[in-house]
Design a protein. Structure first.
Length: 504
């Protein structure tokens, strides 16, 4: 699914109204209907509801919600901000007129001074103050109002975006000055800001409502941001040909595991095998031999010269893809071997964990990484290489910059893992669960992406599809083992089932 900027949403909105003949009032009605259904489905008419309506079309949405709630037997209190008595948009004016035409007496129109109602945790607040028309971060009275709403303990439903937050970037916004929603009901598209952990407490849970904006305009409007769902991944994964053999599915090589961290190699190897690689060799410290052969007998074992660490990372047997990093440690011999690998290997590598930490200690390696390589850092690993970031937004912007500069893909791991490509496109992942916040989970991802690369998938699809498969495997594992009990190994073992579900 495409994620559009505010500017592009306005264009799509305009095309829908001007070329497809859908009136803005009809669009407002569709928004309001969806918000009202949500309320009617979960709250009883006796709930004390307070609706805050701004002067633009976000306010118009809110006023129509008010009218529809009245029809459903609720008696909401509605506050409309209409400074000087003449600031309403055309649609907002019409919505006010239609509301008053019902005989409703509870409208409080705020023309100069605001008398705010007392809000308690029992209240349900509908926040229709500002949507995509927000020009500046909130100040003065609106800033105070946002704080009062957020600190009241009331349940808050925000229409389109939490008021005070921009849908795109929020570098200048202070979270405390934004309405904190429990649920954000977004109009037609999720917004970039929803995917950044900085805004998690502002957006709350989110839902998208389809109001039927022009499909042609959606198709023809370009964007750099995408939300990856199952259909996009199933379109990428190829089914196997009846006469194919293991030779058709590549031979992957993993440099992984040292004394004390052999489990990382086991999990990466399981992830690779469960995602269909034809053959897998794991090169590890010699001491890893009994564990690897016992736990992953399907993989070939390539022992290092050294007993406890990996000291040699030369590419061999014309392997079709290499993954490096899980559980390799950061000792000098391993770092030296990694440097040689990065400087000599001309095809894309998958680079994770301690291999990323080694790059952090020798940043000149970034200039040597083969184009199309995939780095899979979590926030901490990313910051160690590219500098400390104070926000998820800053980190994403930095990832976009360095991905372009070094021609590498960056898989920024987290709740909505973002895969950033050198062309500036960003793919936010929709699968996954906090059950995956467990040691070893990332190692499985390295195995999956390496396996897909070895099977001939391009780095662009191996990364995005691999991340989605990994998240779905986490969900499947969590179904059985729960949020607390899911382990890295459970995720690895669910990878095959995840792919099956995607391809069904
Ligand atoms: N995108 C779409 O296709 C649709 C959008 N609709 C709604 O329309 C909204 C956008 O409506 P508008 O463009 O009228 O904009 P908004 O309703 O978001 O806000 C515009 C008003 O807020 C004022 N304002 C902006 N920043 C301010 C600030 N920092 N302090 C004080 N006042 C400020 C403006 O002067 C203007 O009066 C969307 O968020 C959505 O809720 C729907 O009604 C229908 C379809
Ligand atoms: N709250 C979460 N929601 C969804 N996915 C998560 C969450 N926490 C972690 N994950 C996923 O789990 C994996 C953890 O990887 P990583 O941090 O490298 O762990 P480790 O190094 O212990 O294996 C990442 O793919 C990440 O996206
Ligand atoms: K809003």
């Amino acid at each position: 699914m495409k994620i559009f900027s505010t500017e592009n949403i306005r264009k799509i909105d305009r095309v829908t109204i001007e070329e497809e003949g859908v009136s803005s009032q009809e669009l407002i009605r569709r928004v309001a209907e969806a918000v009202t259904s949500e309320i009617v489905a979960h709250w009883s008419p006796s709930t004390p509801v307070v609706i805050f309506a701004g002067s633009g079309n976000n306010g118009a949405d809110a006023l129509v919600v008010g009218r529809m709630l009245l029809e459903a037997g609720f008696y909401p209190r509605i506050l409309l901000f209409n400074f000087h008595g003449d600031s309403l948009s055309r649609d907002c004016r019409q919505a006010k007129h239609d509301l008053l035409a019902t005989g409703y007496q509870g409208l409080v129109e705020i023309i100069d001074r605001a008398e705010l109602p007392t809000l308690t945790p029992e209240h349900l607040v509908v926040d229709g103050l500002f949507g995509s028309g927000l020009r500046e971060p909130l100040e003065g009275g609106f800033m105070m109002l946002a704080r009062v709403i957020s600190e009241s303990g009331a349940t808050v439903i925000s229409i389109d975006v939490p008021s005070g937050m921009f849908g795109d970037w929020n570098a200048r916004v202070i979270g405390r000055n934004v309405v904190h929603a429990n649920l954000t009901i977004a109009v037609q598209f999720p917004r970039l800001a929803f995917f950044l952990s900085d805004n998690a407490d502002l957006v709350g849970r989110w839902k998208v409502i389809d109001i039927g904006l022009s499909e042609r305009a959606i198709l023809n409007t370009p964007t750099k941001y995408f939300y990856v769902e199952r259909d996009e991944v199933s379109a990428v994964l190829k089914s196997r040909k009846p006469f194919s053999s293991k030779a058709d599915y590549g031979h992957a090589l993993l440099f992984s595991g040292c004394y004390g961290m052999t489990g990382a190699a086991v999990m990466a190897a399981r992830g690779a095998l469960r995602s269909g690689v034809g053959k897998l060799t794991v090169h590890s410290a010699r001491a890893a031999f009994p564990v690897l052969q016992g736990q992953v007998p399907e993989a070939l074992f390539s022992p290092d010269r050294q007993d406890y660490v990996i000291s040699d990372m030369s590419a061999r047997f014309n392997c079709s893809a290499i993954g490096v990093g899980p559980g390799i440690g950061t000792n000098d011999a391993t770092r030296g071997a990694l440097e040689t690998l990065i400087k000599s290997y001309k095809r894309p590598l998958v680079i994770d964990a301690d291999a990323l930490n080694a790059i952090a200690q020798n940043q000149s390696l970034l200039d040597h990484i083969a184009p199309g390589s995939i780095l899979t850092p979590h926030a901490g690993e990313f910051d160690r290489i590219f500098g400390a970031q104070t926000s998820a937004e800053g980190r994403l912007l930095k990832a976009i910059e360095v991905s372009h500069r070094y021609k590498i893909l960056i898989v920024l791991k987290g709740h909505y893992t973002a895969t950033v490509r050198p062309d500036g496109k960003v793919f936010f992942n929709s699968s996954g669960t906090p059950a995956m916040a467990t040691a070893g989970s990332g190692d499985v991802l390295t195995g999956i992406i390496t396996s897909l690369l070895a099977q001939g998938y391009k780095p662009e699809s191996a990364s995005v599809a691999g991340v989605y498969i990994h998240g779905l495997a986490g969900e499947i594992a969590a179904d059985t083992h729960g949020e607390y009990g899911t382990t890295g190994m459970d995720i690895a073992d669910a990878v095959g089932r995840a792919i099956k579900v995607i391809m069904e």
